[in-house]
Design a protein around this ligand. Structure first.
Ligand SMILES: Nc1ncnc2c1ncn2[C@@H]1O[C@H](COP(=O)(O)OP(=O)(O)OP(=O)(O)O)[C@@H](O)[C@H]1O
Ligand SMILES: [Mg+2]
Length: 280
């Protein structure tokens, strides 16, 4: 692992980086009480995520992707079933996890460095803390913008600061809820490669919710397609796709294009029709 650590890590900085840990979901159900009755959102989720694996979750709006992420982070409790990280049940706001959202959610009156600092584990001593913040800003390409405030930087920069703040917790499990959804297409592509760089430098297991099928296939070892539950007894996970090929992958790869068509079809997008239209 040492070889993968950023070059800026020095001998006098304690090894603050966490280790990637396995996640296990067992018979997960989540339903919410409504004015009349209950609404079942997640059902029958059994899932083993290996330490260091990147798993993407796609599915129609409202199918429960964010709910699933919140459950793994201990921000919500399942109605039934259990979730564990490294064999231990997830606690409320489990400190082994960190979450980044579509909006960076930075404090506007603090600099980027101060925002990242907020992610450090409680009780981190001043000097190692400062060095860790510097290291993370460097990792996400923001060393030059440490003293700028969120309103002075681009959306992509703010989102990188948000990722660095999440990493400052040294999470074993990084939970990303459409982290690149609000960015322009080019910035998004750059962020994909940044996420792979982060994943190589900071050992974490990653659960990535996304609307972007190509993003899922470029980044993930496995893609889960969730369905919106109906009155039948189908479980939430409609399909699981193992994505072949080591990263970084070729975005133009033929095999990935086939998987993309598969996934889009699973999401109810008629790709066949589009292709035949184009071929006319
Ligand atoms: N605390 C809550 N109380 C009641 N219903 C909830 C609660 N949280 C989520 N829901 C419902 O659960 C369903 C799934 O919500 P969730 O936010 O997980 O969907 P999603 O797949 O992330 O959607 P999107 O792609 O739009 O972000 C929605 O119908 C939502 O209204
Ligand atoms: Mg959501």
């Amino acid at each position: 692992m040492t070889a993968l650590l950023p070059a800026s890590r020095t001998a006098d900085v304690p090894p603050t980086t966490g280790t990637a840990q396995a996640v296990r979901l067992d018979g997960i159900e989540r339903s919410f009480a409504l004015a009349q009755g209950r609404r079942e959102v997640l059902r029958g989720i059994d899932l083993d995520i290996a330490a260091g694996e990147i798993v993407a979750v796609v599915g129609p709006s409202g199918c429960g992707k964010s709910t699933l992420l919140r459950l793994v982070g201990g921000l919500d409790n399942p109605t039934r079933g259990s979730i564990s990280i490294d064999g231990t049940t997830v606690a409320a706001a489990d400190e082994r996890t960190a979450v980044a959202f579509q909006e960076p959610r930075l404090l506007p009156w603090r600099t980027l460095a101060q925002n990242v600092e907020l992610g450090l584990p409680r009780g981190t001593a001043r000097r190692p803390g400062r060095e860790r913040v510097e290291e993370l800003l460097h990792l996400v390409g923001l060393a030059h913008a440490a003293d700028q405030r969120p309103r002075e930087v681009s959306g992509g920069m703010a989102q990188r600061a948000s990722l660095a703040r999440a990493l400052a917790r040294n999470p074993s499990v990084l939970l990303l809820d459409e982290p690149f959804g609000a960015l322009d297409a080019l910035t998004r592509l750059r962020m994909h490669d940044l996420l792979l760089k982060i994943h190589a430098a900071e050992p974490t297991t990653v659960l990535l919710v996304t609307h972007d099928v190509e993003e899922a296939l470029y980044l993930a070892d496995r893609v889960l397609l969730l369905r919106t539950l109906g009155d039948d007894a189908h479980p939430s996970i409609a399909r699981t796709i193992d994505v072949p090929g080591i990263r970084p992958r070729d975005r133009a790869d033929r095999g990935l294009a086939d998987l993309r068509a598969d996934l889009l079809e699973g999401l109810g997008v008629d790709t066949h029709h589009r292709i035949t239209e184009e071929n006319r």
